[in-house]
Design a protein. Sequence first.
Length: 443
Amino acid sequence: MYHLRILSTTACAAVLLPVLAYASPIGDCYIGAYRLADSSVVDIAPSDAGTLRWRKFDGTTGALHEAQAGNWTSTFGWTDRPDGKAVSFGPCAVGEIHFDGMAGRRIDFDVTEMTFHSRDVDLAGRLVLPKGRDQVPIVVLVHGAEHTSARDSYALQRLLPAEGVGAFVYDKRGTGASAGKYTQDFDVLADDAVEAMREARRIAGRRVGRTGYQGGSQGGWVAPLAATRVPVDFVIVSFGLAVSVIDEDQQEVALEMRLKGHNPEEIAKALEVADAAEAVIESAFTKGFERFDRVRAKYRNEPWYKDVHGNYTYLLLPYNEAELREKGKAYVFGTPFRYDPMPTLRAVNTAQLWILGEDDLEAPSAETSRRIKTLIAEGRPITLALYPGAEHGMTEYETLPSGERVSTRFSAGYFAMMRDFAQTGRLRGPYGSSVIAGPRPAP
């Protein structure tokens, strides 16, 4: 996604060492995946300042708040409500956890840290493999639009290896420990993903089994493009889009206006406003201001105007030309606003899994689902899993009295679905409430 919203507010000397995905003044030594006494896995990851986030492979999750040294209390999902779970940790070197009354130990992985070169920059990467010598599938995790370090924040780098699937995570250029300037140029990012795949295979050596990409959000544009440039066995797209960046904003404006009860005529007017805003941002904030001013003046006093949002249109609405020219300098990322992903998706010959949330506001899934089903009907090797009641990030949610959503958990079966597809290229099914289209799931 273009993700102006995120800016304004959702894996060369190689060294083997324990995986610590985050350096935090609080709880940094607790970061890791733990095997509990009932054989289930819980991952402890960094979160907002002073908190940690736990995730179980079944999709349940919560935030941990330190009550006293080594002892933490949990709140439900991303709400502020206590969920009754108490968590404690043993000494850092021991790797013990007591999670909701159950003991567990940190899982040891084979972890290799490295830097690798792509185009004009050195990128920081990490390969995380299950312990042992056997061949394993390896997933290269492709970034969304975030500006943060994937090596610090991506829990999949531990959740997948805990289930027998290796993961390669890397900081995209201009983030974390990687050099270069942050960009949303899909062509550049696809080349970086290609080099990440090559590095993952080189480091893993004889342990390389099936290899493929997992791209979330904006990574859904990048991962398939990379798969046309280097041979892979699979591509997984999570809450991504099969439409352009411009289409994304248009679809989000229309969906949000419809959900707020506006009629087709009002939605058409809102899309006119969005189109003018999109022209300004597509020009890198250099032109289109006269038309944008004219459209805003035309509709500013209409009751529906306050509800115009979109993926980035809403950010432009309060500012005049001079302010937009100045503020816009911070948002020029080389984004290919008119990139049509469909020719790329048709060119990918390997198995693809698309996992979408039916209630996604940030990346509306209706048109993408329709297009993916068209590709399936054409005989492309694509599986579509659509989750009712899930939004961006594959999370379920509650709606507050204000109309805002707050996430409560990851969709049941979401993590298992990615694991199984990496292992075999097919789904075993069922996976929670997901509705699956495409090649028939294996029994």
